[in-house]
Design a binder for this molecule. Structure first.
Ligand code: UP6
Length: 274
């Protein structure tokens, strides 16, 4: 599947959120997701409005926002319609099924009501998928499991990563892919398990062109390493795009264009090997 186009792959995905993401990538010719990790509603919406034309997806940490009100969600949805991007709340759920179902549906943020995609740590076992799916599946949402992390010393490796992929394989209606550093097709599969047609989406954070880390354990790789060499589908970039100063609009546009072009060139090189 890593040699197929996003459009070809969209045809085979039944989950509406996965299909929407693949179609959006193809339509906008962008496999760039921006991670908008800022604390004020004003900066949050301003950055999204500026990067919107260049991205397939906007990733949020809604609990970072200090002046959150429900109208922020209405505004975010309006920007999603205006610029044609998918919304991914990076909630990293990690509790028992009953609790994550409540965290996903309720509270101040009501994530399931507006976020096409969200994610979860596989650490509690398959019951976390059952819990989230009870809320998200009827709404047409999709889940990504954190199979790997970008941080130095991450414990999500080896047999943990394999078990995450096995959990996903058993819940393909709702689990559409992974947060990981590389393609996961076939990982952890038994010798007689047919996995050649499986097509998990892989979204990869820890992407940067100018620095290798952030002094707090984050590790950056380039779009080329991530998409061409490791077969990932979407590059997630945060501070690489808005980090220098969230008010420097010209620089944000320039960086968004730069990452979009790098990500797309790496994808073209992957599907059409020289
Ligand atoms: N993120 C990672 N690594 C992971 C999983 N998630 O960096 O393994 C998230 C962070 C942040 C974004 O929570 O929102 O991706 C990366 O931001 P950055 O590009 O500014 O480092």
């Amino acid at each position: 599947p890593h040699r197929r186009t996003y459009a070809q792959r969209a045809l085979h995905h039944k989950n509406p959120a996965a299909k929407l993401l693949l179609e959006t990538i193809e339509r906008k010719q962008s496999n760039l997701a921006v991670s908008v990790d800022v604390a004020s509603t004003k900066d949050f919406l301003a950055i999204i409005d500026v990067v919107g034309p260049f991205v397939c997806l906007v990733k949020t940490h809604i609990d970072i926002i200090e002046d959150f009100t429900p109208s922020l969600i209405t505004d975010l949805q309006a920007l999603s319609a205006k610029h044609d991007f998918v919304i991914f709340e990076d909630r990293k759920f990690a509790d028992i099924g009953n609790t994550v179902a409540l965290q996903y549906s309720s509270g101040v943020h009501k994530i399931a009501s507006w976020s096409h995609l969200t994610n979860a740590h596989p650490v509690p076992g398959p019951s976390i998928i059952t819990g989230l799916s009870s809320i998200g599946l009827p709404l047409g949402r999709g889940l990504l499991l954190l199979a790997e992390m970008s941080t130095k010393g991450s414990l999500a490796s080896g047999s943990y990563t394999e078990a995450a992929v096995q959990m996903a394989r058993a819940h393909r209606d709702f689990v559409v892919g992974f947060i990981a550093q590389r393609r996961m097709d076939g990982v952890g599969a038994g010798p007689n398990e047919a996995t050649t047609e499986e097509d998990f989406l892989v979204l990869t954070p820890g992407v940067g062109l100018d620095v290798k880390g952030d002094g707090m354990g984050q590790q950056y790789r380039t779009p080329r390493e991530v998409v061409l060499e490791s077969g990932s589908d979407v590059i997630i970039v945060g501070r690489g795009i808005y980090g220098k100063d969230p008010s420097l609009v010209d620089n944000i546009v320039a960086q968004a264009k730069r990452y979009k072009e790098e990500g797309w060139a790496a994808y073209l090189a992957r599907i059409e090997p020289a």
